[in-house]
Design a binder for this molecule. Sequence first.
Ligand SMILES: [Zn+2]
Length: 335
Amino acid sequence: MKYCARCVLPETFPGIRFDEEGVCQYCREAPGPERRAAQRARLRARFEALVEEIHARPGYHALMAWSGGKDSTYTLWLLREHYGLRVLAFTLDNGFTSPAALKNIRVVAENLGVDHILIKPRFDLLRAIFVASAQQDGLYPPRALERASSICNSCMGLAKGIGLRLALERGIPLLIYGWSPGQIPLASALFRFTPPMLRTFLQTATVPLRTVAGDEVAPYFPDDSMVLRATDLPYSLAPLAFLDYSEEAALTRLRALGWELPTDTDPNSTNCLLNAFANQVHIERTGYHPYAMELAGLVREGYMSREEALARLEVPSAPEVVAAVRAKLGLPPHP
Ligand SMILES: [Zn+2]
């Protein structure tokens, strides 16, 4: 397999072009370190002004979408300890949250002083969604699959829907995600929902899920009346995209909170067992790893060495984890 000489995007990535030096167009077009640092500083200043503004408000300041993984747990620490926000955290248990992650969530929620809601949708519905995501072509547009597997897209759509619904129901001004710096473009790291954006989001997230499960998915999204009534739409934020971040420093901080690195998941996820299966399906169907884009971003922005990212892409999904997931989804063993 040929990879970009600078990041880790493979020759199998859709639309990839390498120049005579073997460098991909994403690396060529990426803003230089100075421009990125300036963009990050601007976002950080906006975020801190926002924190200042909402500090005096009663009730919760922030709703955190908390997977229990390393990055979202570190984000939660920042919100609580560094910015002193009152946080409500919620976790979507997709039926495959690793036991180690659930233990971490319990310990950290207590040690950090955050209120926490665990939302566990009915498993028959989740199973239908995940099986269709693994098997149906065209459920998601190719662009959506460049950043995440079909299964991850379904799960994230549900998590975002649940988050928006909770934020609107409870009037919480900040909806916070723990995306690591490579996971999202800086341009989407801080924005305030407008009614048209909200409708577009709901359309994009619900159409694939409705294709599979119809109205059964409605309880996990804001309904039309909530969208119409909402005058004060929340901000969507991914603070790790613009705050100082190093995986090593984050892990040191988390260990002090009682968080332990799970040994029961694959190297690209510290909370979800389904991920190993989702990755394997994505690679077999598309020919590239669903984390290639994210890891390439981390390398490009200097958060991870190219060698380490390549090593993570080359670790195969653990067969015993995949087998357990297939059994729980009611699928035959991997051929
Ligand atoms: Zn590249």
